[in-house]
Design a protein around this ligand. Structure first.
Ligand code: MN
Length: 415
C-alpha cells in the first residue's frame, strides 16, 4: 500500500505543487531526448521512458513504447486500472529508501532543462458555461431585466470548439483580427481585436471511450475521466459580440486556447472533494445528482505586463460551478454523442460570488466601466499587447498541496 508514503528521496520545496502525492502526467523533451512521458516531483521531471528502459515499470499492463510517445493518449487508453497501478508504482519508486535513487542521473531532469509539450492530442473540445455567477454577470450586461436564459438551470449549456488551436502553456499567440461593430457604427469594422480577454477555466480529459448511441450516467461519469488541467479560453469580446447570434462562439474563440502542461489525475484530487452548490430548480432525472461531489481547487489569475510584475487580478475556486463535471458529461452523452480518449471538456469561465472572483476581464472591469489599475499604475479594461496572463490552480488541505502548475501565455501584437 502507498497511502502512508508522504516523503520522497527527492527534495520537495514545502510550497511545491508537486509532492509525492500528486504524480501528474505530461510530455517533456530536451535538446538531447525526444518526447517522453513524464511525471514531476518538486522541481524534478521523472522520465518514465528511461524508468521503463531500466525495467522499473514492468508488470503494469502498459507496453514500454507507450512511454516514448509525444502525447499521453496511448497511456490514457491503457485504462484506469493501469494508470492507478502506474501511479502506485511511481509513488513507491519515489519514496524514501527506494532502489531507483542510484539511477537519479539517468531518470531525473531539473524542470528548467525540460521543455513541456502539449500533453494530449485532443480529438474533440467542448466548452461549457457552467458558472452561475459568470452567466449572471454576462447576462446582466446584455439583458439587465432578464439575465439568465430560461434553459440555463435545466441543462449545462455548451458549444463545440476547435481542438487543434489548443496549445500548451508558454506558447504565445498573436492578437486576432476580424470583424466587429461598435454600437454607434452603421457598418462593421475590420481590424485587430480591441477587447482581448481571458477566461479562467479548468478542463477534464476523457480516459475511456464510448460507442455512438451510448450514454454515460451521472453516477458513472468518473469512470470516463482521466484527469484535470488548467484552461484559458482566450476570447476576443468585440469579435464574439458581433458574430455570436444565432449559432454561438466562432472566430472570437478559435484562434487559441492555453492548457497547463500537467494533467492531474482524479486519484490525486480525491482528498479535496467538496459539495457543489445546491441547485434550486428541479432537473430532469438523467441530470440528478445523488452524492456526487466536486473538487475544492483554488484558482488564481495574474496579469504580467512586458518587463513588469505579476498582478493578481482574480481569486476563484472550481467548487463554485453550478453544474458538476458529472452532470456535464451525462448531458453531453444523453443523446448518444460518443466520447473519445483525449477529448477535452472545459468548464466555462469560473466566476465566484465576490467581484475579486470574477474569471474574465469582461467581468472584472465590468465591460470597461471599472478598469483595473495594475502595480505599475497602468489601467486595463481588456488585455494589452505583450501582456502575459498566468493562471494557477492548486488544492490545499491539512498540509497537503496538490497543484497544477500554470497555464501562461503572452498576447503578441497582431500579425
Ligand atoms: Mn469559455
Amino acid at each position: 500500500m502507498t497511502a502512508h508514503i508522504t516523503k520522497s528521496w527527492i527534495q520537495v520545496p514545502s510550497n511545491s505543487d508537486f509532492p509525492i502525492q500528486n504524480i501528474p502526467f505530461g510530455i517533456g523533451q530536451t535538446a538531447d531526448i525526444p518526447p517522453f512521458v513524464c511525471t514531476r516531483i518538486g522541481n524534478s521531471v521523472v522520465d518514465l521512458h528511461a524508468l521503463s528502459e531500466l525495467g522499473f515499470l514492468e508488470g503494469l499492463g502498459i507496453d514500454a513504447d507507450v512511454f516514448a510517445q509525444s502525447t499521453l493518449n496511448a497511456l490514457i487508453a491503457c485504462g484506469k486500472k493501469a494508470h492507478q497501478q502506474l501511479r502506485m508504482r511511481l509513488i513507491e519508486l519515489l519514496a524514501e529508501d527506494s532502489a531507483i535513487a542510484e539511477h537519479e542521473s539517468s531518470i531525473m531532469l531539473p524542470i528548467s532543462h525540460v521543455q513541456m509539450l502539449m500533453p494530449i492530442q485532443i480529438g474533440n473540445y467542448t466548452d461549457f458555461y457552467s458558472s452561475l455567477e459568470h452567466a449572471m454577470n454576462v447576462g446582466k450586461m446584455l439583458r439587465p431585466d432578464n439575465p439568465l436564459m430560461p434553459n440555463w438551470k435545466h441543462l449545462p449549456v455548451g458549444y463545440h470548439g476547435r481542438a487543434s488551436s489548443i496549445v500548451v502553456s508558454g506558447q504565445n499567440f498573436h492578437r486576432p483580427k476580424g470583424q466587429f461593430k461598435p454600437d454607434d457604427a452603421a457598418m462593421p469594422l475590420f481590424g485587430a481585436s480591441k477587447q482581448m480577454d481571458f477566461e479562467l477555466e479548468m478542463g477534464f480529459v476523457i480516459g475511456k471511450e464510448t460507442a455512438l448511441g451510448e450514454s454515460v450516467s451521472v453516477e458513472r461519469a468518473e469512470e470516463y475521466i482521466f484527469g484535470f488541467l488548467v484552461f484559458n479560453d482566450w476570447s476576443a469580446r468585440d469579435l464574439q459580440k458581433w458574430e455570436y447570434v444565432p449559432l454561438g462562439p466562432f472566430l472570437g474563440k478559435n484562434f487559441a486556447s492555453t492548457v497547463s502542461p500537467w494533467v492531474v489525475t482524479m486519484e490525486a484530487l480525491e482528498p479535496f472533494r467538496t459539495n457543489a452548490p445546491m441547485q434550486d430548480v428541479q432537473v430532469l432525472p438523467y441530470l440528478e445528482r445523488t452524492n456526487q461531489k466536486t473538487f475544492d481547487i483554488q484558482l488564481e489569475v495574474f496579469i504580467k505586463p512586458e518587463n513588469g510584475a505579476e498582478n493578481k487580478v482574480c481569486t476563484s475556486n472550481y467548487k463554485y460551478l453550478y453544474w458538476t463535471f458529472h452532470q456535464q458529461l451525462a448531458h453531453h452523452t444523453i443523446n448518444g454523442c460518443n466520447l473519445k480518449v483525449g477529448d477535452l471538456y472545459a468548464s466555462g469561465t469560473i466566476s465566484g460570488p465576490t467581484p475579486n472572483a470574477f474569471g474574465s476581464m469582461l467581468e472584472l472591469a465590468w465591460r470597461g466601466t471599472k478598469p483595473l489599475t495594475l502595480a505599475d499604475g497602468t489601467q486595463r479594461s481588456f488585455l494589452q499587447d505583450n501582456d502575459t496572463v498566468i493562471m494557477r490552480a492548486f488544492a490545499e488541505k491539512d498540509g497537503l498541496r496538490i497543484g497544477f502548475g500554470e497555464a501562461s501565455a503572452k498576447v503578441l501584437p497582431t500579425l
